[in-house]
Design a protein around this ligand. Structure first.
Ligand code: AMP
Ligand code: GLY
Length: 422
């Protein structure tokens, strides 16, 4: 089988490494991939959003199967285009990817089908949004409708901050067209849980739960990032919470999508908040999360490619999906300054024989070695019987890796460990 993975970050590296375990895959490509992925797959310099380029490549190389990992190509309809030329895909079609691509769609879906989420209103006129703000308690959460690299969410503590957020999205168009429509929603409180799931539109199989660390600095402070680390499983996701999520959120969501004629096939990601009234949906993603994938897939004991094909063939009910009972921790090594401005081009030294897996996100090949080329550079994942073991191993490996201007949070997993002691 000839398989291609679309995307080029740490998440895609984790997917590629797992796919490599399947011996029926004879050729494995990654478009565009990166300097680290190039050690595990053939990287081809075609951008993830270049759908024409991707389709031509698939035809030319007689690709049998494609895994479309990032949100942008999914939202643009990469799966529809590839299916039209006979390539089976892992990932939702455009009409289902809208569950992430439009927050207004997602919120309205939840309202129509009674799926628990924060109370909200949507607006396409700034005057109405500003008038509404005067009627709601602060903090309030302002979200741009469309994809905004995870940055289109502003938590406003005061009315004037909220007004400024609305203005920046709707008048100054800070997030471009993504902000033409906005959602204003109630501020929820509680621990966050990420649950990635496999679904073929009929059956849904949650993967092991995880916890992201979105803020740049220790103690969950500083600006929002793509994610500075992750741990799995998430201690707040007890069997009781899991049962409630399955009944009130997971099954109702895939049924709602099927009912709407938007059957979702692929990885559906539930961003949840465990409020005092139970779990509520903060967001849906139509894809694997990054860096959650870097802790979830290393715990998958079943063969990833077999599960992915069961999803695309709508046979997931027949396919066993097993996860290890161990814990996993991933620490992101970033370029100092990220998510703001940072320098790049520094050589990376990774010693052989590390007791951890290194997933490469922002690095490129130069003179046979790797140099930094992005904000998030590496994800270092280790497993352990207990979370504390996994964290010790991950941090030990992190300390052995070296590049100039490296920054990482030293408190990944601290909240999860504290929760376990409660
Ligand atoms: P999102 O891009 O929708 O995942 O939002 C980014 C982050 O903003 C989430 O991970 C939460 O930490 C926070 N957030 C989003 N919506 C809310 C909300 N209604 N209440 C509190 N925090 C929120
Ligand atoms: N880690 C959150 C995301 O992938 O959007």
């Amino acid at each position: 089988m000839k398989v291609m993975v679309i995307g080029g970050g740490g998440r895609e590296h984790a997917i590629v490494k797992k796919l490599k375990e399947n011996k029926t895959i004879t050729e494995l490509y990654c478009l565009p991939g990166n300097g680290g992925i190039a050690r595990d797959a053939v990287c081809v310099p075609i951008a993830a959003v270049d759908l024409d380029g991707i389709v031509s490549f698939a035809l030319e190389h007689r690709i049998d199967y494609a895994v479309v990992a990032p949100d942008d190509p999914l939202a643009l309809g990469a799966v529809d285009r590839l299916e039209a030329i006979g390539v089976d895909c892992f990932g939702p079609r455009k009409n289902a990817a809208v569950i992430e691509a439009s927050k207004v769609f997602a919120k309205d879906l939840m309202k129509r089908y009674g799926i628990p989420t924060a109370r909200y209103e949507t607006f396409d006129r700034m005057e109405k949004a500003l008038a509404y703000l005067k009627t709601v308690p602060m903090p309030a959460v302002i979200k741009a409708d469309g994809l905004a690299l995870g940055k289109g969410v502003i938590i406003a503590k005061t009315l004037s901050e909220a007004e400024e957020a609305v203005h920046s999205m709707m008048a100054e168009k800070r997030f471009g067209r993504s902000g033409e429509r906005i959602v204003i929603e109630e501020f929820l409180e509680g621990p966050e849980i990420s649950v990635l799931s496999f679904t073929d539109g009929k059956t849904i199989v949650p993967m092991v739960s995880s916890m992201d660390h979105k803020r740049a600095w220790e103690g969950n402070t500083g600006p929002n990032t793509g994610g500075m680390g992750a741990v799995a499983p998430n201690p707040y996701y007890t069997p009781e919470v899991a049962k409630r999520c399955m009944e009130a959120i997971f099954l109702p969501t895939i049924r709602a999508m099927a009912q709407e004629g938007r059957s979702f096939k692929g990885c559906l990601y539930f961003g949840l908040m465990l409020t005092k009234d139970g779990p509520k949906v903060i967001e849906y993603n139509c894809r694997f999360g990054d860096p959650e994938t870097q802790v979830v897939l290393p715990l998958l004991e079943s063969d990833l490619f077999t599960v992915m094909r069961a999803v695309s063939e709508e046979q997931l009910a027949e396919c066993p999906v097993r996860f290890s009972k161990a814990s996993a921790a991933c620490v992101i090594l970033a370029s100092k300054g990220y998510p703001g401005a940072y320098e790049k081009g520094f050589p990376i030294s990774i010693p052989a024989g590390l007791d951890a897996e290194v997933f490469v996100a922002g690095a490129k090949e130069k003179d046979g070695g790797l140099v930094t080329s992005g904000g998030r550079v590496l994800g270092v994942t280790a497993l352990g019987k207990k979370l504390s073991d996994a964290l010790d191993r991950a941090y030990k490996a992190v300390k052995q890796i070296d590049f100039e201007n490296a920054y990482y949070r030293r408190d990944i997993g601290a909240l999860a460990l504290a929760a376990k002691e409660d």
